[in-house]
Design a protein around this ligand. Structure first.
Ligand SMILES: C[S@@+](CC[C@H](N)C(=O)[O-])C[C@H]1O[C@@H](n2cnc3c(N)ncnc32)[C@H](O)[C@@H]1O
Length: 216
């Protein structure tokens, strides 16, 4: 892993019975170079409400001992780190090298040795299949969703499961419905309220979609 040159602050994300250590970016605005190019907006450097809710869902409901998990668009890697703490073999993927490195780093400070994969969904060349593919707040641009569906087709193990979370975007609900049909999966959906004192809204509702084969 390359040395991380960005200024970081250690924070704690508390879960019932376990604190997750997280190094976060001190000054996200200093990473902005060109807001007119969506690929250059440093959205990877924030922990979004959807990531916090997904981390809570993983902690509360999943048994992952010995399972392989890929986190797509991992950003700072909170949900994947929690998967690792629960015993999963985790691969973090993003198209931003700092995001990949920081995700692996955040897993490591929680005692988890994870793998990083630098990859753009539009040209995703990872050959490996996973028991789980997870992603928080990665479906904000509907133009990218068909590429993610291709990744699900090529990188999800037969019998594998998907976890997605988002801040209630209609096109994401439509995408989830298409994925369910395409991969013949069943859905558990949960809406969690994520408090955010730094936001003027004070809280967000996050939808979590857990898609899995019918026979599990
Ligand atoms: C809104 S951020 C969410 C970050 C993190 N999952 C969270 O919820 O805190 C979207 C993430 O997807 C990544 N991403 C966006 N477009 C991508 C693409 N075409 N290929 C790979 N990663 C992409 C970004 O770099 C960023 O980490």
């Amino acid at each position: 892993m390359a040395a991380i040159a960005i200024q970081l602050t250690r924070t704690v994300f508390p879960l019932p019975g376990r604190d997750i250590q997280l190094d976060v970016v001190d000054d996200v605005e200093s990473l902005i170079t060109d807001l007119s190019d969506a690929d250059l907006v440093p959205c990877w450097a924030e922990i979004w409400p959807a990531a916090r809710s997904l981390a809570r869902y993983v902690w509360e409901y999943l048994h992952l001992e010995g399972q392989s998990v890929m986190e797509l668009g991992s950003g700072l890697g909170l949900p994947g780190a929690v998967c690792g703490v629960k015993g999963a073999d985790v691969t973090f993927s993003d198209y931003n090298q700092d995001a990949v490195d920081l995700s692996v780093h955040n897993a490591k400070i929680n005692g988890v040795e994870a793998t990083g994969h630098l990859g753009d969904w539009r040209n995703f060349d990872l050959k490996r299949r996973f028991d789980w593919i997870i992603g928080s707040d990665v479906f904000y641009d509907p133009k990218l969703n068909p590429y993610v569906l291709e990744i699900y087709r090529h990188n999800l193990q037969a019998g594998g499961q998907l976890l997605l979370s988002h801040q209630r975007r209609q096109h994401t609900y439509d995408f989830v419905a298409a994925v369910k049909g395409d991969l013949e999966l069943e859905e558990i959906r949960l809406d969690l309220v994520e408090r955010d004192e730094e936001s003027v809204y004070g809280q967000f509702v996050v939808s979590i979609h857990h898609l899995r084969p019918a026979n599990i």
